[in-house]
Ligand binder design. Structure first.
Ligand SMILES: [Zn+2]
Length: 187
């Protein structure tokens, strides 16, 4: 059975047996916050549980590494939509220890692309078009530094209201322990 079939079979029962009733909520986050965190599968359930977040409590954005590098990319747009349209009042960037992005090597990933049928020519064209594979596919050396950098980009964004606190945290992917790297309240 394929993954998709498995999902669809389960889903049919889920809806039929009304399991959704335990998740009823509105589109506005009950705890008025938007979180940017990593897509790491270990954080799927652990992060909300470790923060006492239930369905409907927060907007959660995920990408590889919880990194916000582009001030006018889709992650920042989502944060602004959460603030202006969905009543989020605080922003939290939550990186984690042992993150895959801390080891990402653009050379290695390009090798893998080539072995999966991407043409060398394609990489060369992108590089000459100004999309540096080296920069675009590079992670970070230190998660605390990376979180601080993303917090800075969000906090200094020209379209973010000045009264929105932006916090930076690091979570342990085994224990769920959180450490504050940037306290967005200012001290
Ligand atoms: Zn990660």
């Amino acid at each position: 059975m394929t993954i998709l079939n498995e999902i669809m079979d389960y889903n049919e029962k889920f809806v039929q047996e009304q399991h959704y009733l335990g998740y009823t909520t509105s589109k506005y986050p009950n705890k008025r916050m938007v979180i940017l965190t990593c897509m790491d599968a270990r954080l799927l359930d652990l992060l909300p549980k470790a923060m006492n977040l239930k369905n409907g409590d927060a907007k959660i954005l995920r990408n590889a590494g919880a990194i916000l590098t582009e001030p006018f990319g889709s992650m920042m747009r989502s944060i602004l939509v959460a603030v202006y349209e969905l009543k989020a009042e605080e922003v939290l960037v939550i990186g984690h220890h042992d993150c895959g992005m801390s080891k990402l090597d653009s050379e290695v990933i390009q090798e893998k692309m080539l072995s999966r049928g991407i043409k060398e020519e394609t990489l060369a064209i992108l590089n000459t078009a100004g999309i540096s594979m080296k920069e675009w596919l590079t992670g970070f050396a230190n998660v605390e530094v990376s979180v601080k950098q993303s917090v800075k980009v969000i906090k200094n964004h020209p379209l973010l209201p000045k009264d929105v606190p932006v916090h930076g945290l690091v979570i342990h992917p085994d224990t769920g322990k959180l450490d504050v790297v940037v306290n967005g309240y200012g001290d």
